[in-house]
Design a protein around this ligand. Structure first.
Ligand code: HEM
Length: 364
């Protein structure tokens, strides 16, 4: 044996593991993390991440058959659904996992909000999270347009109208931006290149900061340390490797669930778009803005989300006390609860009322 080399003992499996670990350094992932990091509330971000991996894998399959032009887009989706190998199941998984990821991202944000985990030193990571929320919504929105059915076309009409309302700033969102590529081609590029690249960049920053700061302590423990009445928050109890395994388990559960559901209820595809009518409603995550548009017109689609996102950005700057438990942060928890209830009530109202026409016609 060469001088300095580690003697390898034990059975065949152990030796194989050491050989792999010596080259890949996998045991470095077994660094300590607090036990609560494995609780469901603290693993929702990891589940969202696993969901993004499923979306990327299924998306790669879908782009083999999708044609991003106004004349062929809807028919290529019909081809994926009816003819392409595994097309209907892969499309169904992409659709259902997109819904689940949206839900887990919102729940993850809710957990971070309720436990005050956006406080010093994690303010920047909260802001990066707000960016990730915008990217996730952007992915859902552009994905809807790609279907190029009635629903997708109406979503595009709103995209164009908002672009026009924004004037110079919204120029990219209108068909007039270029004569060389129809807007569906540019939204396709946004869906498969621009937003995934931006999301990846933000995710890397998000994860590096989680590693840098460590996962936040449970609020009661953090507060006891601030008040000087309890021990310092725990640093160990589990390992990051165990956390990854648990996250993978939840991720595979999501994949299995989405596969089963998509065998029964595949993703829908509506009729060819009729530019003269407006009869569909948006996906559930955009539904809350729908009544605002009914009551105040298209401009509400600008200021509604702007107020919501502006509020989210302000959270770490207005709640600056050192306390983390909800009982000591009653006013911000109350505001958060009221906003969440209003958003849910608006979405329910929109879901129960008949669709209304808001915009007239958009270019293709
Ligand atoms: C694309 C969506 C997102 C992914 C994949 C993601 C992923 C993660 C992961 C894996 C963690 C580690 C702990 C955990 O899972 O709870 C985390 C922590 C964190 N995330 Fe996210 N996140 C996303 C969106 C968001 C959003 C929308 C916000 C808030 C606006 C946010 C704010 C934070 C903060 C402040 C932490 C540190 C929490 C702590 O230390 O307790 N994230 N994120």
């Amino acid at each position: 044996m060469a001088a300095g080399a580690t003697p390898i003992q034990g059975g065949r499996w152990r030796r194989a593991w050491w050989a792999i670990d010596e080259r890949l350094g996998l045991s470095g992932l077994a660094y300590p993390v607090p036990a609560h990091a494995n609780g469901i509330g603290y693993i929702l971000g990891g589940i969202s991440f696993f969901g993004f991996l499923i979306l990327a894998a299924t998306g790669v399959w879908l782009v083999q058959f999708y044609s991003p032009s106004p004349g062929a887009a809807r028919e290529s989706i019909a081809y994926i659904t009816n003819t392409a190998p595994l097309g209907d199941v892969v499309r169904g998984i992409h659709f259902w996992v997109a819904n689940l990821v949206m839900a887990t991202v919102l729940l993850h944000m809710g957990r971070v909000f309720v436990t005050g985990a956006y406080k010093r030193p994690r303010e920047a990571n909260w802001l990066i999270g707000v960016g990730l929320l915008a990217v996730t919504l952007g992915l859902v929105f552009t994905g809807t347009v790609l279907k190029w059915d009635q629903e997708g076309y109406e979503a595009l009409q709103h995209n164009v109208e908002i672009g026009e309302l924004l004037g110079g700033l919204g120029f990219w969102f209108t068909p007039e931006f270029t004569d060389t590529l129809p807007i569906v081609g540019r939204l396709y590029m946004a869906h498969v290149v621009i937003l995934p690249a931006l999301g990846t960049f933000l995710l890397i920053a998000h994860f590096l900061l989680v590693k840098r700061h460590g996962i936040s302590a449970i609020p009661e423990v953090a507060d006891a340390a601030v008040a000087g009445t309890g021990p310092a928050p725990e640093k160990g109890g589990s390992t990051f490797a165990a956390h990854l395994i648990r996250m993978t388990g939840f991720g595979l559960l999501i994949l299995a669930g989405a596969t089963l559901v998509s065998l029964v209820w595949g993703a829908s595809l509506g009729e060819r778009p009729n530019p003269a009518i407006e009869v569909t409603k948006p996906w559930w995550m955009f539904l809350s803005f729908y009544p605002l548009e009914d009551w105040w017109g298209l401009t509400a689609l600008l200021w509604g989300p702007a107020i919501l996102f502006g509020g989210l950005i302000l959270v770490p700057f207005v709640d600056r006390s050192p306390w983390r438990s909800p009982a000591r942060r009653r006013w911000i928890i109350a505001i958060g609860a009221i906003v969440a209830l209003v958003v849910i009530a608006l979405a329910l109202y929109a879901g129960l009322t008949p669709p209304a026409a808001h915009v007239q016609e958009a270019g293709g």
